[in-house]
Design a protein around this ligand. Structure first.
Ligand SMILES: Cc1ncc(COP(=O)(O)O)c(C=O)c1O
Length: 288
C-alpha cells in the first residue's frame, strides 16, 4: 500500500473536499510543535458510521477540553464524514477526523490567534491486530503510566496523550507483542495503547473505571451489551495482583473492535466462550 500522503482520493479539509495529495499543512502549524490536536477514529460498516454523532460530540468535547473550540457543529461534522466517504466511494472504511491549531500569528505556546482547523480522511482498514482476533493478542506491559487527570485532560482524545502510547507500542513490537497494556499513575490496570481492556472471572466482567483512561465508545457499547445479556459488569480499580486470577481478557476499540487477549506479560488467558460471544454480538451490532 502506498504511503498515507501519496494516495488517490479526497480528504475533507476546512469545509471542502481537496485532492488527497494536496491535503497539506505548513511546518509552522502549531499542532505539530505543541500537540494542539484532537482526533477521532471511527468505522463505517455497510455505508453507516457506527455511532457517528457520539464520535462528533466527543471530538467537540476534546476540543473544548484543550481550549480549542472547533468551529463546526456535530451535525456539520457528521455530514462532512458522509461527504468524504462518498467522494472516495467507500462503504466499509475507517474514518479519521482531526482538529488542530493551524499556522497563524502565534508560534509560542499560546495559540489563541491561530485558526482551529478540521480535516477528515477515510480509508480501508482491516483488523487492527491482524490474526490476534482469532487466537488472542499477546500484550507487553508498558513502562509508561497513564497520567493523572490533574496532569492532563485524560477525557480528551488528544494527540499529546499518544506520545507514551507510541513508545509503548514500539517497545511491545520489538518483543513480538501486538500491543502493550498500561497501568495508571496509581498502579491500577488502565488500558492498551489504543483500546480499553476487560477481564472475566467466574462469569462476571471486570473493567477499569474510566477515571484516567479514555472512556471508549466501544467500551460503553460492550458494557451495555453485557448488561443486556444479564452479565454483571464491575467498573472499578483493578490491581496488578488480580491479573493472575482472571480467566479471559479482551480489548475494545473502534479500530480493535473486540479483540481477545491470550497473554499479558507472563499472565495467560483463554479465548473463552464469553469473549467469543461478545466479539460476535459486537460484529452483529455494528452491521445491524
Ligand atoms: C487510548 C485509547 N483507549 C481507548 C480507545 C477506545 O475508544 P473507542 O472505543 O471510542 O474507539 C482508544 C481508541 O480510540 C484509545 O486510543
Amino acid at each position: 500500500m502506498a504511503a498515507y500522503d501519496d494516495r488517490d482520493g479526497f480528504i475533507w479539509m476546512d469545509g471542502k473536499l481537496v485532492e488527497w495529495r494536496g491535503a497539506q499543512v505548513h511546518v509552522l502549524t502549531h499542532a505539530l510543535h505543541y500537540a494542539s490536536a484532537v482526533f477521532e477514529g471511527e468505522r463505517c460498516y455497510n455505508g453507516r458510521i457506527f455511532k457517528s454523532t457520539e464520535h462528533s460530540e466527543r471530538l467537540l468535547k476534546s476540543g473544548q477540553l484543550l481550549d480549542m473550540p472547533i468551529p463546526y457543529t456535530a451535525a456539520q461534522i457528521d455530514a462532512a464524514k458522509v461527504e468524504v466517504l462518498k467522494a472516495n466511494g467507500l462503504t466499509d472504511a475507517y474514518v479519521r477526523a482531526i482538529a488542530f491549531r493551524g499556522a497563524g500569528d502565534e508560534m509560542g505556546v499560546a495559540s489563541l490567534g491561530n485558526p482551529v482547523r478540521l480535516a477528515i480522511a477515510c480509508w480501508t482498514w482491516g483488523a487492527y491486530y491482524g490474526d490476534a482476533k482469532m487466537k488472542g493478542a499477546k500484550l507487553d506491559i508498558s513502562k509508561w503510566k497513564r497520567p493523572s487527570p490533574e496532569t492532563i485532560p485524560c477525557e480528551a482524545k488528544a494527540a499529546g496523550l499518544y506520545m507514551i502510547c507510541t513508545m509503548s507500542k514500539h517497545a511491545a513490537m520489538a518483543k513480538g507483542c501486538s500491543d502493550a497494556m498500561m497501568f495508571d499513575y496509581r498502579g491500577y490496570v488502565a488500558e492498551a495503547t489504543g483500546a480499553n481492556i476487560f477481564f472475566v472471572k467466574d462469569g462476571e466482567v471486570h473493567t477499569p473505571a474510566p477515571d484516567c483512561i479514555l472512556n471508549g465508545i466501544t467500551r460503553q457499547t460492550v458494557i451495555g451489551m453485557l448488561r443486556d445479556m444479564q452479565i454483571k459488569v464491575h467498573e472499578r480499580q483493578i490491581e496488578a495482583s488480580e491479573l493472575e486470577g482472571f480467566e479471559q481478557c479482551w480489548l475494545t476499540g473502534t479500530a480493535a473492535e473486540v479483540t481477545p487477549v491470550g497473554q499479558i506479560g507472563t499472565w495467560t488467558f483463554e479465548v473463552g466462550d464469553l469473549t467469543r460471544r461478545v466479539a460476535t454480538e459486537y460484529e452483529k451490532l455494528v452491521r445491524a
